[in-house]
Design a protein around this ligand. Structure first.
Ligand code: PNS
Length: 162
């Protein structure tokens, strides 16, 4: 079975999920028969949203797409990929600034699991400069992020506690 016929894992911190992430997940779902969006426990990285919140946002945002499932994972991504029987890792590439980080990660994942292919997808141009960190910064200063994130996240970010 080729990678295209198998399961693809789209991993990330999704802190929080943005319209850019959704664009990539939808593109992956048009290519692969089954896509698992894998929300990292991100123990190494401080997140604004808890794992439960991040999972909920991703589930709500992508609930309408029948071949997308949502799961959390801890430990090595390549172990999760093997456990679910996937052959491909999906990552989104925006600007050139993403390349170094993404290439390092893809090469390291290939060393850990040579049979897993990392496949990069490019989001729609309107999301090229969108990132979770910018969304959080704008929201923290009272800016309107409703055109950048799904409604479930926008609603949460409008609350003054975040
Ligand atoms: O959205 P992010 O924060 O860029 O996603 C990074 C993520 C979660 C995909 C990456 O940190 C990851 O794969 N973490 C799991 C631990 C792991 O496998 N680390 C080695 C990666 S080379």
């Amino acid at each position: 079975m080729s990678a295209w016929e198998s399961i693809a894992v789209y991993p990330g911190s999704f802190d929080p999920i943005t319209l850019g992430h959704m664009d990539i997940a939808k593109r992956a779902a048009l290519i692969f028969p089954r896509v698992i969006v894998a929300v990292s426990e991100a123990k190494h990285k401080p997140c604004v949203f808890s794992l439960g919140e991040r999972l909920y946002f991703v589930q709500e945002a992508l609930s309408g797409i029948p071949n997308i499932e949502v799961s959390s994972f801890g430990g090595l991504l390549t172990d999760f990929v093997k456990r679910v029987g996937a052959k491909a890792i999906i990552r989104g590439l925006r600007a050139v600034s993403d390349f170094e980080y993404e290439f390092k990660m893809a090469w390291m994942n290939r060393r850990l699991s040579p049979e897993t292919e990392t496949i990069f997808l490019i989001p729609s141009e309107e999301f090229a400069y969108l990132s979770s960190s910018l969304v959080k910064e704008i929201a923290a200063m009272g800016g309107d992020v409703s055109s950048m994130v799904p409604e479930v996240v926008a609603k949460k970010l409008r609350k003054p506690s975040v």
